[in-house]
Design a protein around this ligand. Sequence first.
Ligand SMILES: [Ca+2]
Length: 484
Amino acid sequence: MPLPLKPSRRKLLANLLAVPAVHATKRTPNFILITCDDLGYADIQPYRREVSYTPHLERMARQGTRFTSFYAAPVCTPSRAALMTGCYPKRVGLAQGSWHAVLMPGDWFGLHPQETTVARLLKSKNYATACVGKWHLGDQPEFMPTRHGFDSYFGIPYSNDMRPSPKPAGKQTRPHPPLPLVRNEKLVKEVTDQSFLTAAYTEEAVQFIRAHRNRPYFLYLPHSMVHVPLAVSNRFLHKTGNGLFADAVAEVDWSVGEILAAVERKGEAENTLVIFLSDNGGTVRSVNTPLRGHKGSVWEGGMRVPAIFWRPGTVAANHSSDEIASNMDILPTFAALAGAALPRVKIDGQNLEPLLRGNGRAKSAYSAFYFYQGHFLRAVRSGKWKLHTSGELYNLEQDIGESHDVARANPDVVAHLQHLLDQARADLGDGPEPGPGCRPVGKAKGPLKFWIPRPTSSGYEPHAPVQEVPGAPYDRTESKNSAV
Ligand SMILES: [Ca+2]
């Protein structure tokens, strides 16, 4: 039985016990990065008042900062490449997959093993790292999250609508094969019914948060929803009365609430930066108002996404910033907050810290933000002006919907932005040929692996190697939303 302590000793012991707590508050912050797939600009309440079924995102925005000029890429793979590397997708070779607008199952392209992801950068500062959800930066072994700085992975490595191979021309559509649910580098379940996914990702994420007390951590939670085919758990089916898309949005919102609650239960709210983003603009199912266009396009509706940052006491509360920001900013911002060195190679993002403090005088570091669609340069934004390579000029401050071309009335602005476009062409290129500032895409050494083989009329057959097809299968139509 321990002896009772004298009061002086008790005080000394209390002081000693207090030391780790003091250190804990000075510890570098935890990072939680949540993305929703194909969520449109105005699909959640912080961006459209009438939405009634996203209370947790509304709370997050009320207690944090929302960005209204925050850009991603037009589709999944390039967007995630930018998010993980802090670079324009074209710079890291992932403007598109080897033969499609995004990486497809069994693609031999992926994020180059030598690129520094957010996770790898944070590993240099002893962070625990986990990826839970949709990866989509390569499904071959050398490209998986566990090879790119994540201690663990749980999720479906590509989009939830993907079959391993394109539909053979002229042949009848076959049912999709199951989706692979992967833990680390092993297949743990063949998924045909996706209704459990959002809840399963959330449970995994909450367990990770609970388990990490003594080390700072980075949790990356890229939801598979609300990309089609939509699926929700029974709790959320018909919950909103606004259809399955709204139900799926509501379940992702619930997930955000669970994450925030898990952080708060641990008393770590003030030391945890939580970020919520979409990976590209919404499809025709979404509400992108007041923006023009949808996913896949370089209109604002294709690339401007909701973005909410939350860290009570550090990130400005109930604040809105219209400064230009992008998902490329995550890596340099985390690097600054964690005291980690930036990669030695060029990156394109900016440190968002000054904007997150809510100082009205803080300005975006982007003198130019470029809109690439696959390999092709399509537009540039500088301040309030956006010039498309077609020659159309829009004043986004007065005309966020890009409906009044004002190029003829502003020749000097057009000339300046043309010059900026030329700078991007000289650096990153404009077409399938990479510019001098581009780094190589990762190419699987093979043989190529399919998580789930592709179906044929006689059952499953082994894959055939996919040939690299140069060029970009893009056009500028606004509603091209297939299989990306
Ligand atoms: Ca997407």
